[in-house]
Unconditional design. Structure first.
Length: 301
């Protein structure tokens, strides 16, 4: 029905996802695997509703770093870079049907809202999506199911379901992701190199990572790499890596299968005192307090 591809660009050129939409259709629905050519740090002028069906890992929206698991449902506004990187292993090198994606143009939605004032209920959600929004709760889970079912519907059915989803999400529980200070300059730094660096950090955050080594691998001096990284992600390399590690530690603490000391070393720290200090700075509590406060969130076997 509609095709999508990534422009072939040299290293350092913008990774711009070009969505070639058939004029007979209002939006683009598709499902893809991971890894896949379009599953990368990219941006595009369309809105994107993104559902993860399988696997866990890290995702990035602007300067936001988070952990995702199945059911992660996010709406990303135009031209804000984003990526979802799953944790792979030899037993599962490819995750089939990981993502379900719905993309639509802002002009189309604006025209729909102008013709149908009843759709003005979407205004706040659309405005907030400029920073990316993640949905939570029962309504979000219901919308995720509807999004998957769209793949089995005819064209008119998909349109009705899409409007149902957007209306329901506008009334559901959600929170914005990227910081208010994440500016246009950072958005323009979406590059092939950024994608490669983010993937490398995602795959090796538990190891000893040095900015000087990453700079050398990317043909830069440490100072130029530092500027490049800050421009691309809105954060320093050290702070970014710290957030990745603490985010993964939170997941392990929730699982409750390892001691705090073991988790500290597994996520890349070699000093328990530093781990506790950084955890408290980012989460406002110690790892033990976090584990105790979230114990009720973990399903009992």
């Amino acid at each position: 029905m509609i095709t999508s591809h990534l422009n072939d660009t040299p290293l350092g050129a913008p990774v711009f996802e070009c969505i070639s939409q058939d004029p007979k259709f209002s939006f683009y629905w598709h499902c893809h695997d991971f890894p896949a050519p379009i599953a990368r740090w990219n941006y595009h002028p369309e809105y994107e509703l993104h559902l993860i069906r399988y696997s866990a890992g890290h995702y990035f929206v602007g300067d936001y770093i988070g952990r995702f698991e199945p059911g992660n449902l996010v709406l990303v506004g135009p031209n804000i870079p984003h990526a979802w990187f799953s944790e792979l292993d030899d037993a599962q090198p490819v995750i089939k049907g990981r993502d379900v994606v719905l993309q639509f143009k802002g002009e189309w939605l604006e025209h729909m809202m102008a013709l149908c004032p009843e759709l003005n209920c979407l205004s706040t959600l659309i405005e907030d999506s400029a920073l990316g929004v993640e949905f939570k709760g029962e309504e979000a889970a219901r919308c995720a199911e509807l999004l998957v079912r769209m793949g089995e519907q005819d064209n008119a059915g998909r349109l009705l379901t899409m409007l149902t989803i957007l209306r329901s999400l506008s009334q559901s529980e959600y929170h914005t992701l990227a910081g208010r200070g994440y500016g246009l300059d950072a958005k323009g730094a979406s590059t092939e190199q950024v994608d490669a660096v983010l993937r490398y950090i995602h795959d090796h955050f538990h190891e000893e990572l040095r900015m000087s080594k990453l700079a050398e691998n990317n043909g830069m001096t440490p100072s130029s790499f530092s500027r490049f990284f800050k421009h691309a992600t809105g954060d320093t390399f050290v702070a970014f890596l710290r957030r990745i590690r603490i985010g993964h530690a939170c997941r392990l603490l929730l699982e409750g299968r390892q001691s705090i000391a073991d988790i500290c070393f597994e996520v890349g720290y070699n000093n328990l005192s530093n781990f506790n200090r950084h955890f408290r700075e980012l989460k406002g509590m110690t790892p033990r307090q976090y584990q105790q406060n979230t114990a009720d969130l973990v399903p009992k076997e």
